[in-house]
Design a protein around this ligand. Structure first.
Ligand SMILES: [Zn+2]
Length: 74
């Protein structure tokens, strides 16, 4: 199961900056996994940006085979 990446133009500032999980919006601490690039553009400007997922979302979406550590996020 895999959730499509949101459009770059719909990301929050934190998500666009790579601070927050692209799927759940939680602040990333350790174990963030790159999900590839969210696509978007504004006129002639390419706004696509590499975005990141927290370990839980990365596991749910099959980006990693490593289950998140229990209690690893607060
Ligand atoms: Zn997440």
């Amino acid at each position: 199961m895999s959730t499509p990446l949101p459009a770059a133009t719909s990301l929050t500032y934190g998500q666009y900056s790579g601070w927050d999980c692209v799927w759940c919006g939680k602040r990333l601490t350790t174990g963030a996994v790159s999900t590839g690039r969210a696509q978007g553009s504004s006129g002639a400007h390419d706004l696509s940006i590499e975005v990141w997922a927290c370990p839980t979302c990365a596991y749910i979406n099959g980006l990693t085979d490593t289950p998140p550590l229990p209690g690893g996020t607060t």
